[in-house]
Ligand binder design. Structure first.
Ligand SMILES: [Zn+2]
Length: 542
């Protein structure tokens, strides 16, 4: 405003100094901006006894960290190519390349693996000869390449780096088979020779298989049709008929504008938000993503705001019916405690949180398959999924006790992996246990991607819960952990699995059987839901 005013003001001696002053001010500001293009903060990182700082900045509500500093801390050798804006981090077993302003990262397993590219949900940033990466989406990759286990406490801005118990052996083939190689197709003489449409948890992915790197095509959406213009490229004449519409795509058409100018038309179903087109740097395939509306901020869309309200919490009482869960020292059944806490929690929500429904995966002592629990949650439009369980050690009646809250991520300690195996083993009671895909490291990268949009929310909730638990419940907290629980894979929303305590321990068991203990647990969870609701509404912008 000031500059405009001054520009239009008549030139006179009294205005001269005003002009000069404001010019100097603007120049100073510009100079400052050039020196400090972004305000950088520090997260604290802890590697064993060693403490250090890593630069980060906040963008889109997410913490982006310096990949230079993080890689160096994890023992990588760093090389930044300023021409290509790529940062290479060379670790003992892997070479990691992050590309500035891109959603792709490239992993190469040493000594002779082929480079594999992976897509993260958000682009990296270029900040002064360094690439800043969205930390929560990169943690799994850093775990893999460094052999460490990273845990980010986002509220405390604290990164804990531990030696992974299973580093080395299990990780050797992780990158294999994640990116499927294109199969040989006879019609490869065309620039665009095949099309594949996949439904993913967060949207629909269209892959156009190409023989060479094409320019990223122009695209637009009009009346629920996504138009993609392929110019100066030869396209398989019956490409559209090879497509099997699924997910958000209901129909595919192809129009030849001229021999080498083709328009593809994808008729979209309700519920899409934005689309993006990328070139996969490894295969050169064109990837078109169509995102679901879930978690798109309402102001970005003219969507019905009420869809984003925090209006439904899904409470999942673990086990039930023929599946008792673990059995305590004195014979207490896990399924009974889970249900008691779940019902108390539901009551608290119904009586105290206006506009929020409690949906139960079971309200009685009945057997519910794991996949159905996720289905119930998704169909109810849940905004948060809480699976309630109790733990136990292999040998009963010992001193090991404590509460844990689990996030859906690969288990990196033997104990976390064991607990997930125990909880997952209930599928033996189901008729078709083959429906669950084993959560190998490879599968987990895909699962993590599908859940990545929720992870930040799940983390925040578990932070709130951990704090709230410590204040209210007489079972000590063992903190926030991670492992691969099938029941969480199925719920397309932020989710946690709670282990209230160890029924193999007399103190924990007695407390969790008591009304006092069950009330305290339910209240701790309820209080964290209230806190999370406020956080969520700030984030979503309601
Ligand atoms: Zn359980």
């Amino acid at each position: 405003m000031n500059t405009l005013f001054i520009k239009n003001a008549p030139v006179s001696s009294s205005h001269f100094w005003v002009r000069m002053k404001s010019k100097i001010l603007i120049l100073l500001l510009l100079a400052l901006c050039a020196v400090y293009p972004q305000r950088l903060y520090k997260i604290s990182a802890q590697l064993g006894e060693k403490k250090s700082d890593i630069s980060y900045l906040v963008r889109n509500g997410l913490d982006y960290v310096s990949s230079k500093e993080l890689s160096a801390l994890l023992g990588g050798n760093i090389f930044f190519n300023s021409e290509t804006a790529k940062l290479e981090s060379n670790f003992d077993n892997y070479l990691l390349k992050v590309i500035a302003r891109s959603q792709f990262i490239v992993l190469t397993k040493k000594p002779d693996g082929a480079p594999k590219s992976f897509q993260i949900p958000l682009s990296t940033l270029l900040i002064k000869d360094d690439v800043f990466v969205p930390l929560i989406y990169m943690i799994e990759y850093y775990n893999l390449v460094s052999g460490f286990q990273l845990t980010y406490e986002s509220l405390a801005k604290n990164l804990v780096i531990e030696k992974a118990e299973d580093s080395g052996e299990q990780n050797t083939d992780t990158t294999e088979s994640v990116i499927k190689k294109s199969s040989a197709v006879s019609s490869k003489k065309y620039d665009v020779y095949d099309i594949v449409i996949d439904e993913k948890a967060n949207g629909t992915l269209i892959t156009l298989k190409t023989n060479k790197a094409l320019r990223i095509p122009k695209s637009s959406i009009n009346n629920n049709v996504l138009y993609v213009f392929l110019s100066n490229s030869s396209v398989l004449p019956k490409l559209a008929s090879r497509a099997k519409p699924t997910g958000l795509v209901s129909k595919v058409n192809q129009k030849f504008i001229s021999a080498k100018n083709v328009q593809l038309e994808f008729t979209l179903k309700e519920g899409y938000s934005k689309t993006e087109t990328f070139l996969d740097p490894e295969t050169n395939f064109l990837m078109i993503t169509i995102h679901n509306k879930m978690f798109v901020k309402p102001e970005e869309e003219n969507a019905d705001k009420s869809k984003w309200n925090f209006d439904c919490v899904v409470i999942d009482a673990g086990h039930g019916g023929k599946d008792p869960g673990t059995i305590g020292v004195t014979g207490v059944r896990e399924k009974d405690i889970n249900l008691a806490v779940a019902l108390k929690l539901g009551k608290l929500i119904e009586n105290n949180l206006d506009g929020v429904r409690a949906v139960y995966t079971r309200k009685t002592d009945e057997f519910v398959e794991l996949y159905k629990r996720g289905k119930i949650a998704n169909e109810a439009g849940g905004k948060l999924f809480i699976s309630i369980h109790c733990n136990s050690t292999e040998t009963k009646d010992n001193n090991h006790r404590g509460f844990e809250v689990y996030l859906l991520r690969p288990g990196r300690t033997k104990e976390a992996i064991r607990i997930a195996e125990v909880e997952n083993s209930v599928i033996k009671y189901e008729e078709n246990p083959d429906r669950y895909e084993k959560l190998t490291d490879e599968n987990f990268i895909l699962v993590s991607m599908a859940h990545s949009q929720f992870m930040r929310y799940s983390e925040s909730f578990s932070d709130f819960l951990n704090q709230s638990w410590k204040k209210r419940v007489a079972i000590p907290s063992l903190g926030i952990k991670q492992a691969g629980f099938y029941v969480l894979v199925g719920a397309s929303m932020p989710s946690v699995l709670i282990e209230n305590g160890f029924l193999s321990n007399r103190k924990d068991e007695a407390y969790l059987v008591s009304k006092e203990g069950q009330n305290a647990a339910a209240e701790a969870i309820f209080s964290s839901i209230k806190q999370y609701k406020e956080f969520y509404e700030r984030e979503i912008g309601n």
